[in-house]
Every structure is written in structure tokens, then in C-alpha cells.
Design a protein around this ligand. Structure first.
Ligand SMILES: [Zn+2]
Ligand SMILES: [Zn+2]
Length: 196
């Protein structure tokens, strides 16, 4: 029960229950920037600055023992800038962007699982039911295989947790405002999926 956590935090650290709910929604916002799923009932609230977003992202990754390149601060800055009117003088950018090496957590996936899901989809996106938008150079219809419960959230690499998607639907499932209802739609329409 989320409300109990807010009251507990409020009695421990002061401020109102509502303030803690809002902080939880800030965490959802950072998760959404990371392309991750957020908690049901805690819609992302975007009023968080780049520095705090970076801190939250760091704490989430630390808590999950996952290494990933930071994205939150960059995305928050872009979002803040996008809200200002377009300036006549474009930014200079960088002729040679600085490079850096990063350690990243990866998951070993089973190629047989991916192949099975692609064959079952037979060239059609399992979310929007449209044909793959283009062919790969090898002639196969281009679809991406997505884990409905993400591997970073403990999801399995099995056909019961995988769907073949067009790139638009795949992006939407990670970054769309309605990603949660899309996920529910997948569970409702694809009988092989098992909720994890
Ligand atoms: Zn689609
Ligand atoms: Zn995905």
C-alpha cells in the first residue's frame, strides 16, 4: 500500500505524504527517461532538474547493481531547452565530440528464442498488427524482439516474455506516454505471453 510508505516517510523526515508521492513520481520520470517501466499508479512527474535526475538514475542503477551509460541528465537538459522558443543562432555543437568508455551490463540472450518469436510473428508487428516497415539487407522483414517484462526488471529470456515489434511500437513501449496500456494490450491479445 503506497500510502503507508508515504506516511512512514513523512513521520520520519517531515513534509507531507503528498510530497513523498510526488518524489516517487519523479523517480518514475527518471525510469521513463531510461526506457524502463515505472510503478503502476505513479505516473511520471517531470519537475526534476538535470542534477537530481542524474542522482536518481545513479541510485537506481546502484540499487539494481546494473551498469548503464547515464541518459537522464542529457534528456532533462534537452527537454528544458525544447520548451524555449527556437533561437536564431544555433548552438555550435562539437566538431569532434569527446569520447568516453563505459562499462555496461549486458544480458546473454538465446538466439533460438529470438528466432522462434520472429517466426511466430511472420513479418507482422505483434503490437500494431502492421507489416514490418522495411526489409533488412538479408531480405528478412525488420522486426525487433522486446522483453515485455524487461530483463533489467528481472524478466526472463523466453518466448512467454518476448514479442516481435516494429521499431515504432518498440520505441513506444520503452518511451511512450501510454506504454503501460500498450503492455496490457499485448498480454490481452498474445496468448503465449505469461505475466512475470
Ligand atoms: Zn507496430
Ligand atoms: Zn525493448
Amino acid at each position: 500500500v503506497k500510502k503507508q510508505y508515504y506516511s512512514q516517510l513523512a513521520s520520519q523526515f517531515g513534509r507531507t505524504d503528498k510530497a513523498y508521492e510526488y518524489r516517487m513520481q519523479n523517480i518514475s520520470y527518471v525510469l521513463s527517461l531510461m526506457g524502463r517501466e515505472w510503478l503502476n499508479g505513479l505516473r511520471p512527474a517531470k519537475n526534476v532538474g538535470a542534477n537530481v535526475a542524474a542522482q536518481i538514475e545513479g541510485l537506481l542503477l546502484e540499487a539494481e547493481a546494473i551498469k548503464a551509460p547515464p541518459v537522464a541528465a542529457f534528456k532533462v537538459k534537452v527537454r528544458e531547452e525544447v520548451e524555449d522558443p527556437l533561437s536564431d543562432s544555433p548552438p555550435a555543437g562539437a566538431r569532434r565530440p569527446t569520447r568516453s568508455l563505459a562499462e555496461v551490463t549486458t544480458y546473454e540472450r538465446d538466439p533460438l528464442v529470438k528466432a522462434w518469436v520472429l517466426k511466430a510473428a511472420n513479418g507482422t508487428c505483434e503490437c500494431c498488427r502492421r507489416a514490418a516497415p522495411f526489409a533488412s539487407p538479408d531480405g528478412l522483414p525488420f522486426l525487433e524482439v522486446h522483453h515485455v517484462r524487461q530483463l533489467a526488471d528481472g524478466g526472463s529470456d523466453t518466448v512467454g516474455n518476448s514479442v516481435a515489434l516494429c521499431p515504432n511500437c518498440h520505441r513506444e513501449l520503452h518511451y511512450g506516454a501510454d506504454s503501460r496500456s500498450r503492455i496490457e494490450g499485448l498480454y490481452a491479445h498474445i496468448s503465449r505471453l505469461v505475466r512475470e
